[in-house]
Design a protein around this ligand. Structure first.
Ligand code: PLP
Length: 378
């Protein structure tokens, strides 16, 4: 990435040096973890070491970790009718959860105007549900709003159900302990925490038997067939180990930078609306809009200035569809089309924040000028 200011960490984080080293070493070593010879056993050791590192990050036993190709696959693996009769999904989940996994349909759980899951609505949904399986994310990838997962877990358990938590945006930013959250299933993704793209994990309560998606070999205790992505998994493990060690300091640093960013944004455009501003948010995420400014225009203009940001959802960068998250929060459609997401990471610098603010001031000035010209012409 040659960007001067990379402010799109919720789309993907920069690779941590530890992860890069682990990926390269595993690529160099080769070996199939299922082979019994030395090279195979060495590859197996890398996978099992990574399993320990990922397990430690979220406070579980290594046997509770199932490696997948990423967050999307882990979500699909979790949402199986073998684990419940009724699926309940919050309105702000990632599209990979909103697809319903292997369920034919699901019950929608609305959110408040602040972007947090409406627990009263969840309670009502659970009341009529047989063997419920609910999916509530730890923090939203667009707004950064932290969800009331522990309370949701209590409600779901009282109703005799299971809770799946898509925690992809959590580690490195907020505490992410599987048992404290009360999760039964939890999704993680390597590339959001500074690991490589294409690796992830589903964490499961020990008593849960997963219904595998990919059948074939006996890898991952028969739950996920296919030769393991050893370099990806090793890089994931190294990133997890680094995050577990340094996340508190990194989160505090990101929060300070984010506060500066938001203050600067407001100083340039006092009419800027920061979504979820009254809710508890990740320390690295700001989703905002300026009435009358189209996100597409702004993202392209900022890119020309060497500033990488996202419009709307990260995973749909490049296509202009209004955000389902903002729609669920009741944000008017014209404002949702202006939503720009800034997301910071462990190596974001003061300089990057300044570059963004400078580029933003320039953009705001030119938009102001062209609007004035239009007013004069009218
Ligand atoms: N869940 C959330 C909340 C995400 O933000 C993303 C990616 O943006 C995913 C799941 C999908 O993860 P992956 O890219 O590893 O498939």
């Amino acid at each position: 990435m040659t960007k001067l200011a990379y402010l799109d960490w919720n789309a993907t984080a920069r690779l941590r040096p530890e992860a890069r080293e682990a990926v390269l070493a595993a690529l160099q070593a080769g070996g199939n973890p299922s082979s019994v010879h030395g090279a195979g056993r060495a590859a197996r050791r890398l996978v099992e070491q990574a399993r320990e590192q990922v397990a430690a990050l979220v406070g579980v036993k290594p046997s509770q970790v199932v490696f997948t190709s990423g967050g999307t696959e882990a979500n699909a693996l979790a949402l199986s009718p073998a684990l419940g009769d009724t699926l309940l999904v919050s309105a702000i989940e990632h599209p990979s959860v909103r697809s319903g996994g292997r369920f034919a349909g699901f019950q929608d759980i609305p959110v408040t105007t602040d972007g947090a899951v409406d627990l009263d609505a969840l309670q009502r949904g659970l009341a009529g549900a047989a063997r419920p399986l609910a999916s509530v994310m730890l923090a939203n990838n667009e707004t950064g709003v932290i969800q009331p997962v522990a309370q949701a877990a209590e409600m779901v358990h009282a109703a005799g159900g299971l809770l799946h938590v898509d925690a992809v945006q959590g580690p490195g930013r907020i505490a992410c302990d599987f048992n404290t959250l009360g999760a039964d299933l939890m999704t993680l993704s390597a590339h959001k925490i500074g690991g490589p793209l294409g690796a992830g994990a589903l964490i499961k309560r020990e008593s849960i038997n997963l219904d595998g998606l990919l059948k074939g070999g006996g890898q991952e205790r028969g739950v996920r067939a296919g030769t393991e992505n050893v370099p990806g998994i090793a890089g994931f493990g190294a990133a997890a180990e680094a995050v577990a060690r340094v996340w508190r300091e990194e989160a505090a640093r990101m929060a300070a930078l984010r506060d500066r960013l938001e203050a600067g944004l407001k100083a340039i455009a006092p009419q800027a609306v920061i979504f979820g501003a009254n809710a508890s948010r990740l320390p690295n995420t700001t989703l905002f809009a300026i009435p009358g400014v189209k996100a597409e225009t702004a993202v392209i203009a900022l890119d020309l200035e060497g500033v990488a940001v996202s419009s709307g959802a990260a995973c749909s960068s490049g296509k202009v569809t209004p955000s389902h998250v903002l729609a669920a929060m009741g944000v008017p459609a014209d404002l949702t089309l202006g939503a720009i997401r800034l997301s910071l990471g462990y190596s974001t610098t003061d300089l990057e924040i300044e570059r963004f603010l400078k580029a933003w001031a320039k953009l705001a000035e030119s938009l102001y000028k062209s609007r004035k010209q239009r007013d004069i012409a009218a």
